[in-house]
Design a protein around this ligand. Structure first.
Ligand code: AMP
Ligand code: GLY
Length: 421
């Protein structure tokens, strides 16, 4: 079997790594990949949105299965396109991907199926805002409707920041905006909850918690993710049942009622308020960096799980997990998420020796004349497993210190809520 993974981040390196553990695979390709995927797969550089070029490559190289990492090609309909060409592909179709691509689509499903979520209003123009401060009290959450690479969310503590958010979104900061979502602020603890589905059945695929803010103590600007840990401290069977019964099952039912199925990973971003789950958002893919903490805990052959989804017999697979605590720290380029120096050599990387509970997943890296150089703001992910989060964090920090990359910085407090209570 030959597999193509689409994407270039830490998530895709972790996907390639997990596939590479399988005995049933021949070649793994990754497009475009990074310097990490280059070690275990064949990197090819094809534009993710150029479906025809992808199809030609897939046919020419006898690829049996495509796994799509990021949301953009999913929302653009890559799955529908490839399936029409009889190519097997793991990921949700264009309709189901609206769960991530359109926040208002998801809210309407929540209304119709009584899924717990924040109270909201859809704003189409400024007249819709006339009564808004009678309907919502501060803080108010404001969201751009389409894909905004995780950046289109404002938590507004004052009327002034609220007005600014509305003006920025209607002003086109995240692309053309016809709709804005205004939402009640939920005060609780977040949890990333993952499901894998073959269209007929679905299974739990772990929990995690990421840290989006750049600064220690979860302060400062939002980023793509500075680190994560798995499992979430909130994970328990009673909560899991509530999430499945009140949120996941009605969502899949809603898609079925529209004659759609959901195949792929589903990532529910939840707020847990006094032990009750509320849906904040859906993503139609694995989380990044959550994926880099979840996959190292997986005991079952990853490729077999994915392939069972393609054949719609996920039901027969027993997904097993290591009991260990997994923690990932992201090493970033100094200055990120604002301006940073790029294309800086990372000299020491090949000298680090890793134990079998330690992993380095590349994100923004590439090869240049045989040398690994940085290629983005989030550069390397250091994941370690152990019996407790504290020692996982110590081990990850030791690895980063041993690397001693002069252009890097990282948060030393990843997992503080489960470690430094
Ligand atoms: P995002 O960029 O979509 O991940 O969201 C940025 C931050 O806003 C995340 O930490 C979300 O959990 C948080 N957030 C989004 N909606 C709400 C809400 N209704 N109440 C509280 N926090 C929220
Ligand atoms: N970790 C957040 C995301 O993947 O969207």
């Amino acid at each position: 079997m030959n597999v193509l993974v689409i994407g270039s981040g830490g998530r895709e390196h972790a996907l390639c790594w997990a596939l590479n553990q399988s005995k049933n695979l021949n070649k793994i390709y990754c497009s475009p990949g990074n310097a990490g995927t280059a070690k275990i797969s064949i990197n090819v550089d094809i534009d993710q949105s150029n479906f025809e070029n992808l199809e030609n490559f897939i046919k020419k190289n006898k690829i049996d299965l495509v796994i799509v990492g990021p949301e953009k090609p999913l929302v653009e309909g890559i799955v529908d396109f490839l399936e029409q060409k009889n190519i097997k592909v793991f990921g949700p179709n264009k309709y189901s991907s609206k769960l991530e691509g359109s926040k208002t689509f998801t809210k309407l499903i929540c209304d119709e199926y009584n899924i717990p979520t924040a109270k909201y209003k859809i704003i189409k123009n400024k007249n819709d805002l006339l009564n808004i401060h009678n309907e919502f009290s501060l803080p108010i959450v404001v969201k751009a409707d389409g894909l905004a690479a995780g950046k289109g969310v404002y938590i507004c503590n004052t009327k002034h920041t609220f007005d600014k958010a509305i003006n920025e979104i209607f002003g086109g900061k995240f692309g053309q905006a016809n709709k804005i979502l205004v939402e009640e602020f939920l005060d609780g603890e977040e949890m990333s909850f993952f499901i894998i589905s073959d269209g007929k059945t679905f299974k739990f695929f772990g929990t995690a918690q990421d840290h989006k803010k750049v600064g220690e103590g979860d302060v400062g600007q939002n980023t793509g993710g500075m680190g994560s840990y798995s499992p979430s401290r909130l994970e328990n069977k009673i909560l899991e049942k509530k999430i499945l019964d009140r949120i996941i099952k009605p969502t899949f039912q809603a898609l079925k009622n529209k004659k759609n199925e959901y195949k792929g990973f589903l990532y529910a971003g939840l707020m847990i308020v006094k032990n009750e789950p509320y849906l904040i958002e859906y993503n139609v893919r694995m989380g990044d960096p959550e994926c880099q903490t979840i996959l190292p805990r997986l005991k079952t052959d990853f490729f077999e799980i994915i392939y069972s989804c393609i054949n719609q017999n996920l039901e027969e697979i027993n997904i097993e997990w290591l009991d260990q605590k997994s923690l990932c720290i992201v090493l970033c380029s100094l200055g990120y998420p604002e301006d940073y120096k790029n294309l800086i050599p990372i000299k020491n990387l090949n000298n680090l020796s890793l134990k079998n509970n330690e992993f380095i997943f590349h994100a923004g890296t590439k090869l240049h004349d045989g040398e690994i150089i940085s290629n983005g703001g989030r550069v390397l992910n250091f994941t370690t497993l152990s019996n407790n989060f504290r020692s996982s964090r110590v081990n990850a920090i030791n690895l980063i210190n041993n690397l001693n990359w002069e252009n890097g910085f990282f948060r030393k407090d990843i997992g503080f809520k489960v470690i430094d209570k």
